[in-house]
Design a protein around this ligand. Structure first.
Ligand code: NDP
Length: 444
């Protein structure tokens, strides 16, 4: 049995009930087999892959918090510090009832390679809690965030581990957590990214993941003699990534016609009204049912359905495994040309295989949504030098980084005889840098 398959079997046996983590490990390890195979015995002796798939540290803690009626609730908090070979752990915090250790491990594992692809010195980590922020008051959110940080602060720091936002964690939550960290440590430090602009946040961080997704999509289409201009685009999600993906797609001349949340989805034949979407989601924190009040020509549908809308480009921006084989078949039947992942691991392995077999250009999350973490690293740089860059400076760097990632993954795919296979290209290019750093630092 090959070394890669041995390690995959062991991960599945030793981490039961963590299907998302298995899915991520299987994809990455199979992709990097061409890198491992020529020197398999050496890597096996050094347990390189075992060290890669086992987090350096995983922290699990109790988070008690008090609701507005004085009742006490208890949730579970996690921080997985996966790999620090190329820099301090870096990765978001997710607040969603579906969060468990397996989800955080899958996200942390993916983060290692994504962060490597940015070309910036950041290692991989992820965290969060099964707390559900939906329907909670600002006071309840604050109570949760403060109690979450009152344990997490022991393990993070500007040079050790720098968390950021993810699903359910935006500027409001980062603000409450930062305030608590500062109080407990007596330190005004760049320990979280995604901070408010008044206290160390970076311009363009809010927009970065969505904008970056469109920059890399544009780069790929340009490389193929095409562009976003004039394309009909289908987007899922209506959160941070989806909103700014829609905004940049419009700026590049594309027409995004859908968005969704966990209860339903919107089809707007005239193109999504971003101002309305921002007001509904960022200001009112309301459901998408509101959208039709702003745009009488649009349609609201309960449940799932965006992947059945005819489009040239599809951008899944909600959550993991939200685009399965049947969705991929519907997209291909309707003539989709390109799929780029704004969310983490939104497409199932069967869907990705179907896209590949049918000549659809597919940009995987660890390349396509790396703009968020890249800009977080730019926020860390600004905090370290106690300076603030303009929106355009940050945006220019983001655009450069996304272009560079595209060229890197394209080249890696070519080098290993898999031209156009960006899944393999991203996994290989991300892994090679981490592997080199791990080997250089010895068995630690
Ligand atoms: P938000 O919380 O801002 O938005 C998430 C969106 O997805 C909401 O519209 C939400 O709907 C929907 N959603 C979440 N879970 C589900 C579910 N189980 N089923 C259906 N819809 C769901 O999160 P972000 O936009 O920040 O994150 C979206 C994705 O992008 C995640 O996979 C995240 O890991 C990834 N990502 C985010 C980055 C960032 O900078 N924010 C960086 C890189 C990746 P509802 O409100 O109804 O729950």
């Amino acid at each position: 049995m090959s070394y890669v398959n041995e390690v995959i079997d062991r991960v599945i046996a030793e981490n039961p009930n963590e299907p998302e983590f298995h899915q991520a490990v299987v994809e990455v390890l199979h992709s990097i087999e061409p890198v491992i195979a020529p020197d398999e015995e050496k890597y096996r002796r050094d347990a390189l892959l075992e060290r890669l798939v086992n987090p350096e540290r995983q922290i699990k803690f109790r988070v008690p918090w008090i609701d507005d009626n004085g009742n006490v609730h208890v949730n579970t908090g996690y921080r997985v510090q996966f790999n620090s070979a190329i820099g301090p752990y870096k990765g978001g915090l997710r607040l969603h009832p579906s969060v468990n250790l397996g989800i955080i491990k899958f996200l942390g594992f993916e983060q290692i390679f994504k962060n490597s692809l940015t070309g910036l010195p950041i290692g991989g980590g992820k965290g969060g809690s099964d707390f559900d922020p939906k329907g909670k008051s600002d006071r309840e959110i604050m109570s949760f965030c403060q109690n979450f940080m009152s344990e997490l602060y022991k393990y993070i720091g500007a040079d050790t581990d720098v968390p950021a936002g993810d699903i359910g964690v935006g500027g409001r939550e980062i603000g409450f957590m930062f305030g608590e960290y500062k109080k407990l440590r007596g330190l005004f430090a760049g320990v979280l990214t995604g901070k408010g602009l008044q206290f160390g946040g970076s311009l363009a961080r809010t927009e970065a993941t969505g904008y970056g997704l469109l920059y890399i999509t544009e780069e790929m289409l340009n490389h193929r003699g095409d562009s976003v201009k004039g394309k009909t685009i289908v987007v899922s999600g209506a959160g941070n990534v989806a909103i700014y993906a829609i905004e940049k797609a419009q700026q590049l001349g594309g027409k995004p016609v859908t968005c969704s949340d966990s209860t339903g989805w919107v089809y707007d034949p005239d193109g999504i009204d971003v101002a309305a979407l921002k007001e509904i989601k960022e200001v009112k924190r309301a459901r998408l049912t509101e959208y039709v009040k702003y745009r009488p020509n649009s349609e609201y549908h309960e449940g799932r359905g965006v992947w059945n809308v005819k489009c040239d480009v599809a951008l899944p921006c909600a959550t993991q495994n939200e685009l399965g084989l049947e969705d991929a078949k519907a997209l291909v039947k309707n003539g989709v040309k390109a799929v780029a992942e704004g969310a983490n691991m939104p497409s199932t392995p069967e869907a990705i295989a179907y896209f590949t077999e049918n000549g659809v250009f597919f940009l995987p999350a660890k390349a396509a949504n790396a703009g968020g973490v890249a800009t977080s690293a730019l926020e860390m740089s600004q905090n370290s030098e106690r300076l603030r860059w303009t929106f355009d400076e940050v945006d220019d760097k983001l655009r450069y980084i996304m272009g560079h990632i595209y060229r890197k993954i394209d080249k890696a795919a070519e080098k290993y005889g898999l031209p156009g296979n960006y899944v393999a290209g991203a996994n290989i290019a991300g892994f090679e840098k981490v592997m080199t750093a791990m080997i250089a630092q010895g068995i630690v």
